[in-house]
Write a protein that binds this ligand. Sequence first.
Ligand code: ASP
Ligand code: ASP
Length: 361
Amino acid sequence: MSLGITMDPAEADVPPVVDRPPEAGAWPHRHLLDVDALSWSDIQLVLRTTDAMREVLARPIAKVPALRGTNVTILFYEASTRTRVSFEVAARNLSADVVNVAVAASSVTKGESLVDTVKTVEALGARILVMRHASSGAPYLAARHFSGHVLNGGDGWHAHPTQALLDLYTMRAKLAGAIAGAAGADQDGRFLSGRKVVILGDVLHSRVARSNIWTLTAAGADLWLCGPATLLRGFEAWARAGAGGAANGRFTVTSDPAAALRDADVVMALRIQQERMASGLLPSLREYAARFGLTADRLRLASPDAFVLHPGPMNEGVEIAPDVAAGPRSVITDQVTNGVAVRMALLYLLAGSTASDTVGG
Ligand code: ASP
Ligand code: ASP
Protein backbone atom coordinates (compact mmCIF):
# COMPACT_ATOMS: atom_id res chain seq x y z
CA MET A 1 0.00 0.00 0.00
CA SER A 2 1.24 3.49 -0.75
CA LEU A 3 1.38 5.63 2.31
CA GLY A 4 1.58 8.74 0.20
CA ILE A 5 4.99 9.90 1.30
CA THR A 6 6.12 9.94 -2.27
CA MET A 7 3.52 11.24 -4.64
CA ASP A 8 2.83 10.62 -8.25
CA PRO A 9 2.58 13.80 -10.35
CA ALA A 10 -1.19 13.63 -10.44
CA GLU A 11 -1.18 14.14 -6.70
CA ALA A 12 1.16 17.10 -6.81
CA ASP A 13 -1.57 19.46 -5.66
CA VAL A 14 -1.94 17.52 -2.43
CA PRO A 15 0.61 18.29 0.26
CA PRO A 16 2.89 15.39 1.20
CA VAL A 17 1.86 13.43 4.24
CA VAL A 18 4.35 14.89 6.65
CA ASP A 19 7.48 16.88 6.20
CA ARG A 20 9.51 14.54 8.34
CA PRO A 21 7.97 11.17 7.56
CA PRO A 22 7.88 8.89 10.56
CA GLU A 23 9.27 5.43 10.22
CA ALA A 24 6.39 3.91 8.27
CA GLY A 25 6.80 0.18 8.08
CA ALA A 26 8.59 0.11 11.42
CA TRP A 27 5.39 -0.70 13.27
CA PRO A 28 5.55 -4.34 14.34
CA HIS A 29 1.90 -5.01 15.13
CA ARG A 30 -0.90 -5.95 12.82
CA HIS A 31 -3.63 -4.86 15.25
CA LEU A 32 -3.91 -2.50 18.17
CA LEU A 33 -6.07 -4.28 20.71
CA ASP A 34 -4.46 -3.00 23.89
CA VAL A 35 -1.33 -1.21 24.98
CA ASP A 36 -0.07 -4.23 26.94
CA ALA A 37 1.42 -5.63 23.73
CA LEU A 38 3.47 -2.47 23.08
CA SER A 39 7.11 -2.07 24.02
CA TRP A 40 8.39 1.27 25.22
CA SER A 41 10.00 1.85 21.84
CA ASP A 42 6.66 1.13 20.11
CA ILE A 43 5.06 3.73 22.38
CA GLN A 44 7.78 6.22 21.52
CA LEU A 45 7.15 5.62 17.82
CA VAL A 46 3.47 6.42 18.35
CA LEU A 47 4.40 9.64 20.17
CA ARG A 48 6.82 10.72 17.43
CA THR A 49 4.30 9.93 14.70
CA THR A 50 1.72 11.92 16.63
CA ASP A 51 4.10 14.91 16.61
CA ALA A 52 4.07 14.68 12.83
CA MET A 53 0.28 14.48 12.78
CA ARG A 54 0.04 17.54 15.05
CA GLU A 55 2.01 19.39 12.38
CA VAL A 56 -0.54 18.26 9.80
CA LEU A 57 -3.37 19.48 12.03
CA ALA A 58 -1.72 22.89 12.29
CA ARG A 59 -1.87 23.40 8.51
CA PRO A 60 -4.58 25.52 6.91
CA ILE A 61 -5.84 22.38 5.18
CA ALA A 62 -5.30 19.56 7.63
CA LYS A 63 -5.51 16.82 5.06
CA VAL A 64 -2.90 14.48 3.62
CA PRO A 65 -3.23 11.61 1.14
CA ALA A 66 -1.61 8.94 3.31
CA LEU A 67 -4.58 6.56 3.39
CA ARG A 68 -6.14 7.43 0.06
CA GLY A 69 -8.02 4.41 -1.24
CA THR A 70 -7.97 2.67 2.14
CA ASN A 71 -11.33 1.71 3.57
CA VAL A 72 -11.56 2.45 7.30
CA THR A 73 -14.77 1.01 8.73
CA ILE A 74 -15.98 2.30 12.07
CA LEU A 75 -18.13 -0.21 13.90
CA PHE A 76 -19.32 1.00 17.29
CA TYR A 77 -21.61 -1.21 19.32
CA GLU A 78 -21.72 1.20 22.24
CA ALA A 79 -23.12 4.68 22.43
CA SER A 80 -20.36 7.14 21.69
CA THR A 81 -20.11 10.47 20.05
CA ARG A 82 -16.73 11.83 20.98
CA THR A 83 -14.56 8.84 20.23
CA ARG A 84 -16.41 7.87 17.07
CA VAL A 85 -16.17 11.38 15.69
CA SER A 86 -12.51 11.59 16.68
CA PHE A 87 -11.71 8.40 14.71
CA GLU A 88 -13.76 9.61 11.79
CA VAL A 89 -12.02 12.99 11.63
CA ALA A 90 -8.65 11.24 11.95
CA ALA A 91 -9.40 8.86 9.08
CA ARG A 92 -10.73 11.65 6.86
CA ASN A 93 -7.68 13.80 7.55
CA LEU A 94 -5.66 10.94 6.08
CA SER A 95 -7.99 10.81 3.05
CA ALA A 96 -9.28 7.33 3.89
CA ASP A 97 -12.65 6.13 2.63
CA VAL A 98 -14.63 6.10 5.85
CA VAL A 99 -17.57 3.77 6.35
CA ASN A 100 -19.60 4.27 9.48
CA VAL A 101 -21.73 1.32 10.52
CA ALA A 102 -24.57 2.58 12.64
CA VAL A 103 -25.21 -0.47 14.74
CA ALA A 104 -28.72 0.50 15.78
CA ALA A 105 -29.72 0.63 12.11
CA SER A 106 -27.81 -2.43 10.94
CA SER A 107 -28.45 -6.15 10.84
CA VAL A 108 -26.68 -6.41 14.16
CA THR A 109 -29.95 -5.59 15.85
CA LYS A 110 -31.48 -8.43 13.84
CA GLY A 111 -29.18 -10.87 15.57
CA GLU A 112 -26.25 -11.03 13.18
CA SER A 113 -23.22 -12.26 15.06
CA LEU A 114 -20.09 -10.21 15.48
CA VAL A 115 -18.14 -12.65 13.33
CA ASP A 116 -20.69 -12.43 10.51
CA THR A 117 -20.63 -8.65 10.68
CA VAL A 118 -16.84 -8.61 10.53
CA LYS A 119 -16.88 -10.90 7.51
CA THR A 120 -19.50 -8.72 5.84
CA VAL A 121 -17.61 -5.46 6.32
CA GLU A 122 -14.47 -7.19 5.09
CA ALA A 123 -16.28 -8.34 1.95
CA LEU A 124 -17.39 -4.74 1.47
CA GLY A 125 -13.76 -3.63 1.44
CA ALA A 126 -12.83 -2.79 5.02
CA ARG A 127 -9.03 -2.78 5.53
CA ILE A 128 -8.93 -1.19 8.94
CA LEU A 129 -11.72 -1.94 11.37
CA VAL A 130 -12.13 0.50 14.24
CA MET A 131 -14.33 -1.13 16.76
CA ARG A 132 -15.98 -0.44 20.09
CA HIS A 133 -17.91 -3.08 21.98
CA ALA A 134 -19.50 -3.42 25.41
CA SER A 135 -17.95 -6.87 25.89
CA SER A 136 -14.34 -7.12 26.97
CA GLY A 137 -12.40 -9.10 24.40
CA ALA A 138 -14.74 -8.54 21.44
CA PRO A 139 -12.01 -6.89 19.29
CA TYR A 140 -9.80 -9.95 19.85
CA LEU A 141 -12.53 -12.15 18.43
CA ALA A 142 -12.94 -9.77 15.49
CA ALA A 143 -9.20 -9.80 14.85
CA ARG A 144 -9.24 -13.56 14.55
CA HIS A 145 -11.70 -13.35 11.67
CA PHE A 146 -10.54 -10.22 9.86
CA SER A 147 -7.77 -10.16 7.29
CA GLY A 148 -6.94 -6.47 7.81
CA HIS A 149 -6.12 -4.48 10.92
CA VAL A 150 -8.31 -4.10 13.99
CA LEU A 151 -8.06 -0.96 16.12
CA ASN A 152 -9.79 -1.21 19.47
CA GLY A 153 -11.83 1.90 20.31
CA GLY A 154 -12.78 0.56 23.75
CA ASP A 155 -14.00 -2.86 24.89
CA GLY A 156 -16.05 -3.28 28.04
CA TRP A 157 -14.06 -2.57 31.15
CA HIS A 158 -10.94 -3.96 29.53
CA ALA A 159 -8.99 -1.57 27.33
CA HIS A 160 -9.04 1.79 25.59
CA PRO A 161 -5.61 1.95 23.97
CA THR A 162 -6.08 5.14 21.93
CA GLN A 163 -7.25 6.97 25.04
CA ALA A 164 -4.19 5.88 27.05
CA LEU A 165 -1.89 6.94 24.23
CA LEU A 166 -3.54 10.33 23.83
CA ASP A 167 -3.34 10.84 27.59
CA LEU A 168 0.36 10.00 27.52
CA TYR A 169 0.92 12.28 24.55
CA THR A 170 -0.90 15.12 26.34
CA MET A 171 1.32 14.70 29.40
CA ARG A 172 4.45 14.64 27.27
CA ALA A 173 3.39 17.81 25.42
CA LYS A 174 2.58 19.55 28.67
CA LEU A 175 5.86 18.55 30.29
CA ALA A 176 7.94 19.25 27.18
CA GLY A 177 9.59 22.35 28.64
CA ALA A 178 10.45 20.61 31.89
CA ILE A 179 11.69 17.50 30.08
CA ALA A 180 14.04 19.56 27.95
CA GLY A 181 15.48 21.06 31.15
CA ALA A 182 17.97 19.46 33.49
CA ALA A 183 15.75 17.03 35.35
CA GLY A 184 13.41 15.03 33.20
CA ALA A 185 13.37 11.92 31.16
CA ASP A 186 15.81 9.17 32.01
CA GLN A 187 18.15 7.64 29.45
CA ASP A 188 15.43 5.68 27.73
CA GLY A 189 13.30 8.78 27.40
CA ARG A 190 10.91 7.64 30.11
CA PHE A 191 9.70 11.15 30.60
CA LEU A 192 7.39 10.48 33.55
CA SER A 193 10.23 9.17 35.63
CA GLY A 194 10.05 10.77 39.07
CA ARG A 195 6.61 12.27 38.37
CA LYS A 196 3.61 11.47 40.49
CA VAL A 197 0.52 10.74 38.41
CA VAL A 198 -2.86 10.16 40.07
CA ILE A 199 -5.91 8.49 38.58
CA LEU A 200 -8.88 9.47 40.73
CA GLY A 201 -12.38 8.07 40.46
CA ASP A 202 -14.24 5.01 39.26
CA VAL A 203 -11.24 2.84 38.54
CA LEU A 204 -13.18 -0.42 38.74
CA HIS A 205 -15.30 0.17 35.62
CA SER A 206 -12.65 2.02 33.71
CA ARG A 207 -11.00 0.66 30.60
CA VAL A 208 -9.21 4.02 30.50
CA ALA A 209 -7.53 3.30 33.85
CA ARG A 210 -6.63 -0.26 32.86
CA SER A 211 -4.87 0.85 29.68
CA ASN A 212 -3.27 3.84 31.38
CA ILE A 213 -1.68 1.61 34.02
CA TRP A 214 0.48 0.06 31.29
CA THR A 215 1.50 3.20 29.47
CA LEU A 216 2.05 5.40 32.53
CA THR A 217 4.19 2.86 34.34
CA ALA A 218 6.07 2.16 31.09
CA ALA A 219 6.82 5.90 30.93
CA GLY A 220 8.28 5.69 34.44
CA ALA A 221 5.48 7.38 36.42
CA ASP A 222 5.01 7.02 40.14
CA LEU A 223 1.38 6.03 39.57
CA TRP A 224 -1.36 6.23 42.21
CA LEU A 225 -4.92 4.96 41.82
CA CYS A 226 -7.47 6.49 44.17
CA GLY A 227 -11.18 6.02 44.77
CA PRO A 228 -13.60 4.38 47.19
CA ALA A 229 -12.39 0.89 48.17
CA THR A 230 -15.40 -0.65 46.40
CA LEU A 231 -14.21 0.92 43.13
CA LEU A 232 -10.63 -0.33 43.50
CA ARG A 233 -11.39 -4.01 43.96
CA GLY A 234 -8.78 -6.26 42.42
CA PHE A 235 -6.32 -3.44 41.80
CA GLU A 236 -4.34 -3.98 45.01
CA ALA A 237 -3.37 -7.46 43.90
CA TRP A 238 -2.45 -6.10 40.49
CA ALA A 239 -0.39 -3.34 42.11
CA ARG A 240 1.51 -5.89 44.19
CA ALA A 241 2.20 -8.04 41.14
CA GLY A 242 3.15 -5.04 39.00
CA ALA A 243 1.82 -4.22 35.56
CA GLY A 244 4.48 -6.35 33.91
CA GLY A 245 7.61 -5.23 32.19
CA ALA A 246 11.05 -5.12 33.71
CA ALA A 247 11.69 -2.54 36.41
CA ASN A 248 8.46 -0.67 35.77
CA GLY A 249 4.92 -1.59 36.44
CA ARG A 250 4.59 -0.81 40.14
CA PHE A 251 1.81 1.44 41.30
CA THR A 252 0.07 2.40 44.53
CA VAL A 253 -3.61 1.98 45.38
CA THR A 254 -5.29 4.10 48.06
CA SER A 255 -8.70 5.33 49.21
CA ASP A 256 -7.16 8.43 50.77
CA PRO A 257 -7.42 11.32 48.28
CA ALA A 258 -5.11 13.53 50.35
CA ALA A 259 -2.32 10.93 50.24
CA ALA A 260 -2.82 10.45 46.52
CA LEU A 261 -2.99 14.13 45.60
CA ARG A 262 -0.16 15.40 47.80
CA ASP A 263 2.59 16.77 45.52
CA ALA A 264 1.04 15.15 42.46
CA ASP A 265 2.30 16.38 39.08
CA VAL A 266 -0.64 15.09 37.05
CA VAL A 267 -4.21 14.30 38.10
CA MET A 268 -6.62 12.38 35.90
CA ALA A 269 -10.23 12.34 37.07
CA LEU A 270 -12.44 9.49 35.89
CA ARG A 271 -16.15 9.50 35.30
CA ILE A 272 -18.44 7.72 37.70
CA GLN A 273 -19.86 5.16 35.28
CA GLN A 274 -23.42 4.99 36.50
CA GLU A 275 -24.51 2.81 33.60
CA ARG A 276 -22.06 0.12 34.70
CA MET A 277 -22.53 0.49 38.43
CA ALA A 278 -24.02 -2.42 40.34
CA SER A 279 -25.99 -1.25 43.34
CA GLY A 280 -24.23 -0.93 46.64
CA LEU A 281 -20.88 0.20 45.27
CA LEU A 282 -21.45 3.86 46.07
CA PRO A 283 -23.48 5.43 48.86
CA SER A 284 -24.58 8.39 46.73
CA LEU A 285 -23.19 10.72 44.12
CA ARG A 286 -23.28 13.54 46.64
CA GLU A 287 -21.22 11.63 49.11
CA TYR A 288 -18.82 10.58 46.38
CA ALA A 289 -18.39 14.22 45.32
CA ALA A 290 -17.81 15.29 48.90
CA ARG A 291 -15.15 12.64 49.59
CA PHE A 292 -13.44 12.15 46.23
CA GLY A 293 -14.53 14.92 43.87
CA LEU A 294 -11.65 16.86 42.34
CA THR A 295 -12.30 20.33 43.71
CA ALA A 296 -10.05 23.38 43.63
CA ASP A 297 -9.44 22.88 47.34
CA ARG A 298 -8.26 19.33 46.90
CA LEU A 299 -6.15 20.26 43.91
CA ARG A 300 -4.20 22.64 46.15
CA LEU A 301 -2.57 19.56 47.68
CA ALA A 302 -0.94 18.80 44.34
CA SER A 303 2.20 20.46 43.05
CA PRO A 304 1.69 24.11 42.00
CA ASP A 305 2.30 23.16 38.36
CA ALA A 306 0.05 20.12 38.40
CA PHE A 307 -2.35 19.74 35.51
CA VAL A 308 -5.67 17.94 35.17
CA LEU A 309 -7.00 15.47 32.62
CA HIS A 310 -10.37 13.79 32.15
CA PRO A 311 -11.21 11.35 29.33
CA GLY A 312 -14.77 12.65 28.98
CA PRO A 313 -17.65 12.70 29.13
CA MET A 314 -17.59 14.55 32.46
CA ASN A 315 -20.12 14.59 35.25
CA GLU A 316 -19.29 18.06 36.44
CA GLY A 317 -19.96 18.53 40.12
CA VAL A 318 -19.49 14.80 40.75
CA GLU A 319 -15.96 13.59 39.95
CA ILE A 320 -14.71 17.02 38.94
CA ALA A 321 -15.79 20.52 39.95
CA PRO A 322 -16.78 22.79 37.03
CA ASP A 323 -14.16 25.39 37.96
CA VAL A 324 -11.43 22.75 37.87
CA ALA A 325 -12.64 21.32 34.56
CA ALA A 326 -12.60 24.76 32.97
CA GLY A 327 -9.73 26.15 35.03
CA PRO A 328 -6.16 27.04 34.12
CA ARG A 329 -4.80 23.64 35.14
CA SER A 330 -7.14 21.74 32.84
CA VAL A 331 -5.75 20.20 29.64
CA ILE A 332 -9.03 18.51 28.79
CA THR A 333 -9.48 20.28 25.46
CA ASP A 334 -5.87 19.46 24.53
CA GLN A 335 -6.79 15.83 25.08
CA VAL A 336 -9.53 16.13 22.46
CA THR A 337 -7.21 17.64 19.83
CA ASN A 338 -4.43 15.21 20.67
CA GLY A 339 -6.97 12.40 20.36
CA VAL A 340 -7.38 13.15 16.66
CA ALA A 341 -3.60 13.30 16.15
CA VAL A 342 -2.94 10.04 18.02
CA ARG A 343 -5.68 8.26 16.07
CA MET A 344 -4.22 9.58 12.80
CA ALA A 345 -0.83 8.25 13.89
CA LEU A 346 -2.21 4.82 14.75
CA LEU A 347 -4.24 4.49 11.56
CA TYR A 348 -1.14 5.48 9.63
CA LEU A 349 1.14 3.04 11.45
CA LEU A 350 -1.30 0.16 11.18
CA ALA A 351 -1.90 0.80 7.49
CA GLY A 352 1.85 0.66 6.89
CA SER A 353 2.40 -2.42 9.00
CA THR A 354 3.37 -5.62 7.26
CA ALA A 355 3.27 -7.58 10.52
CA SER A 356 1.38 -10.80 10.17
CA ASP A 357 1.04 -11.50 13.87
CA THR A 358 -2.08 -13.25 14.90
CA VAL A 359 -4.01 -12.21 17.96
CA GLY A 360 -1.92 -12.22 21.07
CA GLY A 361 1.21 -11.26 19.10
N1 ASP B 1 -18.33 7.31 25.82
C1 ASP B 1 -18.06 8.72 25.61
C2 ASP B 1 -18.89 9.34 24.53
O1 ASP B 1 -19.46 8.65 23.76
C3 ASP B 1 -16.64 8.99 25.34
C4 ASP B 1 -16.07 8.06 24.39
O2 ASP B 1 -16.66 7.80 23.36
O3 ASP B 1 -14.94 7.59 24.63
O4 ASP B 1 -18.95 10.52 24.38
N1 ASP C 1 -14.83 7.81 27.25
C1 ASP C 1 -14.15 6.88 28.09
C2 ASP C 1 -14.50 5.48 27.73
O1 ASP C 1 -15.15 5.28 26.74
C3 ASP C 1 -14.37 7.17 29.51
C4 ASP C 1 -15.79 7.15 29.95
O2 ASP C 1 -16.68 6.74 29.22
O3 ASP C 1 -15.97 7.55 31.10
O4 ASP C 1 -14.13 4.57 28.40
